[in-house]
Every structure is written in C-alpha cells, then in structure tokens.
Design a protein around this ligand. Structure first.
Ligand SMILES: Nc1ncnc2c1ncn2[C@@H]1O[C@H](COP(=O)(O)OP(=O)(O)OP(=O)(O)O)[C@@H](O)[C@H]1O
Ligand SMILES: [Mg+2]
Length: 358
C-alpha cells in the first residue's frame, strides 16, 4: 500500500471512531470568493476561533472581485490565519481531529487555494479531510448561532450568488422549495448600488443608506415567477436601473436614500413573502435565514416580525456569521463527518457545485 493509500485507510478508521464518539474538533477553511478564513469548531456547534482576512478593499479598486488577485491573496493570507485561529482557540495542531474545506461553489482558483492547502495540512497531520459545500456552510451558521436549533426547519439562503428556500429535513438533507430564476438577491443589491455610485460591495452600504430613506418614495415592479416559491430579481434590477437612468436623462435628481430604501423594500418583501408562504405550506415550525444578504437590517427585522406573527420560531445568525466565514464550514464539516462522509486526497474544486438533494 502506498503512503497515500495508507493515509486514506487510517483516516477512514479515525473518521469512524469520531463518528462513533459523536465528537470532533475541526479546523475549517473557506476561500471560495474574496474572504480567506480559518476557524476551529467543536462538535459542529461551538466556535473556538474565527479568523478572517477580507480582500474587499483590494477588489473595491476594480469595482468587483478579480479572480486572479483573489487566488493570490488567499495564498498570502492562509498561513497567518492558521496561526491566528490556533492562538484564538488556545489549541495546537495536535488537538485537531479533522480538516474541513469549502470545495465549491465559487471561483475555481480561489477554491483551489483552500482545497490544496487543506489537503496538505490533513495529510501532514494524518487526520481526515472533509469537503464542504459553501451553501450548506451558510445554512450551518445557524447551528453555531443557535445551540437549540435542530432540523426540520425552512431556511432562506440569500447570498451573493444564490437565493434558495430550503426545507432542511435532517442534518445534511435538503429539499429545494424555491430558488431564483435569474440573479441572486446579493447580486441585485450590488448592481443597484453601483447605479447609485455606492462603492463595491454595494449591499451593506446600500442597506445603511436605506435606513435614512422613505421606502414608498419610488415605485418598482413586483416581478412574477412561475414557481410558487421562486424569486426573480433580474426584472426588478433592470427596472430600477432604467428608472435611475430615465430620471437622470430628464435632469431629475435621484434621492439616493429614498431610492435605496424603496429598492431594499421591494427585495425584502419578495424574499419574505415567498419564504413565509413556503414555511406555511410545508407546515414548518422553525424558520432560519443564511447568506450575506441575511445581514440586511430590513430583511432581519421583517423575517423576525412577520415570521413570529405567523407562529414560527425564527433563527437569525449574527451578521458576521451571515457573510463568508470558516466557522460555518466547520459546522457543516462536522455533520458530514457524522454522516460518515470524508474526502480523499483527490478532492477537487467544483466551481458550480450544487447542494446535495437540491
Ligand atoms: N447588509 C446587507 N444588505 C444587503 N446585502 C448585503 C448586506 N451585507 C452583505 N450583502 C450582500 O451579500 C453578498 C455577499 O454574501 P456572501 O458572502 O454570502 O456571498 P458570496 O459568498 O459571494 O456568494 P455565495 O455565498 O452565493 O457563493 C454580497 O452580494 C453583498 O452585497
Ligand atoms: Mg457566501
């Protein structure tokens, strides 16, 4: 048996032992887009360290993520982040039981940085490697934030590249109830922000601007979709951008605060209407939210208020666990490990990875 085969055989045995004990201290890595992150997570629920290096300031110079720059910056950031995470968790590498890593979806070069690094680390430490779906990671942020949350629950995932309504039936098992038919919610926020001359990444800054605006000031269309729980943001985005251009051509000054508030209201109403309908129709008792757009202040307050009025227990992670981080990856990795799923050293980046069962 070669070194590689014996590593895999040893790791299968180690993974089985961890699964039987129901315990694992996981070192997790996230590098799918423009955040490099390393975390230490105990038993899928407890955050011991959450080290992040954001590249936003660099990409802001170009108005969006430049994939080649992202990959290089991940390479530079990842070793210092490991040191920082171990120090924050007060553990050494010997204490780590397994390594979890995002292998998709995301930018191929960015993902490959994390995947190659995690493979090397797992091999050197002789511990199991676990490949994690980034979107499953977003959902799992809720397990860190809410120790009492267990499936089944309905989860709205709204991020830079995805907008899904999922029925989380068990740990690691998902039914797709609805999804965007075109753009993701975060993408719509970022593109409309650009029209308002808000720098990249537009979503959080547009959110702040909207707080001071009147959300009835501008009227935007309410897009229709075929699927009962599906979203469409492309039509809304185009209508909003066209309205801005038309007003400017007519020499009418746009009130950015009101414009931002009206747009935010349209997106949030759409997300919340569909999510609550899906939760009601599936008889859900619990509702969670995940992904970068879940950091939006109006989305958070509307889901909480309207969700509770509809009789749901609502779970919303803190903002820093909604945007990309490695803690959520450590949680998702734990439940994959407990399901007996580990990766081999042939784990590859899968840029268009879909959710299992979705
Ligand atoms: N407060 C906010 N209001 C609206 N949008 C926000 C807010 N904060 C972050 N976002 C948006 O969330 C997105 C980033 O989220 P996230 O990091 O989950 O996306 P991603 O990792 O690039 O995409 P994905 O997770 O789909 O692969 C961006 O589009 C950003 O504008
Ligand atoms: Mg993300």
């Amino acid at each position: 048996m070669g070194n590689r085969d014996s590593y895999q055989a040893r790791c299968r045995a180690k993974a089985e032992d961890l699964r039987r004990r129901g315990e694992a201290l996981i070192l997790s890595v996230e590098s799918s887009c423009d955040e490099t992150a390393v975390a230490v997570v105990r038993n899928g629920r407890e955050q011991l360290a959450n080290a992040i290096a954001s590249q936003i300031d660099t990409h802001a110079l170009y108005g969006g993520v430049v994939p080649e720059i992202a990959s290089r910056m991940h390479v530079e950031a990842i070793d210092p982040l490991l040191e920082a995470a171990l120090a924050e968790a007060h553990v050494t590498l010997d204490a780590i039981d397994a390594v979890g890593v995002t292998y998709g979806p995301g930018l191929v070069g960015a993902l490959l940085t994390g995947v190659s690094w995690a493979k090397a680390l797992a091999y050197a430490m002789d511990v199991p490697l676990i490949g994690v779906n980034h979107i499953e990671g977003h959902v799992s942020a809720n397990y860190i934030a809410h120790p009492d949350l267990e499936p089944p629950f309905v989860c709205l995932v709204a991020s830079g590249g995805h907008s899904h309504i999922l029925n989380v039936t068990r740990y690691g098992e998902y039914e797709l109830l609805g999804q965007t038919t075109d753009d993701a919610a975060g993408e719509a926020f970022d593109k409309v922000a650009r029209v308002l001359d808000i720098p990249y990444p537009g979503g959080p800054l547009l959110d702040r601007l909207a707080d001071a605006g009147d959300d009835h000031a501008y009227k935007f269309p309410h897009p229709h979709t075929q699927g009962k729980y599906d979203f469409s943001f492309s039509g809304l985005k185009t209508a909003v951008i066209n309205q801005a251009h038309n007003l400017r051509q007519q020499g009418v000054e746009i009130d950015a605060k009101n414009f931002a508030a009206s747009f935010r209201r349209s997106v949030v109403d759409l997300l919340v209407d569909k999510t609550l309908a899906a939760a009601r129709d599936t008889g859900a008792k619990r509702l969670a939210v995940a992904g970068g757009v879940a950091a939006n202040s109006l989305l958070r307050s509307e889901l909480q208020g309207r969700g509770e009025r509809a009789g749901l227990k609502v779970f919303i992670p803190p903002k820093n666990l909604c945007t990309d981080n490695a803690v959520m990856i450590g949680s998702a990795a734990f439940y994959r490990l407990m399901a007996g799923e580990t990766a081999g050293l042939d784990l590859n980046a899968v840029p268009a990875l879909r959710m299992i069962g979705v």
